[in-house]
Design a protein around this ligand. Structure first.
Ligand code: 13P
Length: 258
């Protein structure tokens, strides 16, 4: 089996201005030990307005954090008011970009084809996309979660096939678990991650699938991180609310010490 480097990603959503962002990252750095970041990657995804200040802090204090963004436009430039391109993010040393988060699918009408274009643009510009998929409550209740999520995987990863599979991350975030305090059981998270990997193996071969990291997201907290990370096909987590607390996020990153 390919060794996959675990990834702990903090999605701040629309929280923290650029000054608050500096405070949060400084507190996080204070709580993290070298051991915590050894052998795994840790990303923080502040809003666009805070990317520059967080990047400067990471750089000047040599923090072992990777800067991430929450979205990107598929085009490199153009008449797209309000959008931000991959080359702009790359210039700020952004390493990862979330694409297709359920909040963007829901509130900005993003579909799988657009998400795939964003993921391809990210790869083309040297960034690593974190491609989000996940079913809503009604779909889960109807017993169609796997079918719907695998269709999202096929659509959102269309043409997304870098030479190095470690450059692509898939985040399984069941919509009913986001911000609700309800987490998928570790078994459910594992079952979906394994199904996603099997789908990738069918499409791109077993070796490729074995190198793609699959994250779980949805009410990840210090109290449940260990059982989630213990699952063989879950290679990390995408954390929302708990990433806004330096203490909680540090506990999540340092889950091996818990
Ligand atoms: P919560 O951790 O707040 O449930 O959010 C999950 C999420 O949407 C991360 O992208």
């Amino acid at each position: 089996m390919t060794d996959r480097t675990p990834l702990v990603a903090g999605n701040w959503k629309m929280h923290r201005d650029h000054l608050e962002a500096i405070q949060l990252v400084q507190r996080l750095a204070y709580h993290l030990t070298e051991e915590d970041t050894d052998g795994q990657e840790v990303t923080v995804h502040p809003p666009f307005t805070a990317l520059r200040s967080v990047q400067t802090l990471i750089d000047s204090d040599r923090l072992r954090l990777i800067l991430g963004a929450q979205d990107c436009h598929p085009d490199a430039e153009g008449a797209h008011t309000g959008d931000v391109s991959v080359p702009m993010l790359a210039r700020l040393a952004v390493g990862y970009v979330i694409v297709g988060h359920s909040e963007r699918r829901l509130h900005h009408g993003e579909d799988d084809a657009l998400v795939a274009r964003k993921a391809r643009a990210a790869l083309g510009g040297g960034l690593r996309p974190i491609v989000c998929v996940g079913e809503g409550q009604a779909v889960r209740d109807a017993g169609r979660a796997e079918e719907v999520v695998l269709a999202q995987v096929r659509g959102s990863l269309e043409g997304v096939e870098p030479d190095d599979p470690a450059r692509v991350v898939v985040a399984y975030e069941p919509v009913w678990a986001i911000g609700t305090g309800r987490t998928a059981t570790p078994d459910d998270a594992q079952a979906m991650a394994a199904a996603i990997r099997a789908e990738l193996a069918e499409r791109s071969g077993a070796a490729f699938a074995a190198g793609v990291r699959i994250l779980y997201g949805g009410s990840v907290k210090p109290a449940n991180i260990r059982s989630i990370m213990a699952q063989p096909d879950v290679d990390g987590v995408l954390v929302g609310g708990a990433s806004l607390s330096a203490e909680d996020f540090a506990l999540i990153v340092g889950h091996r010490r818990l």
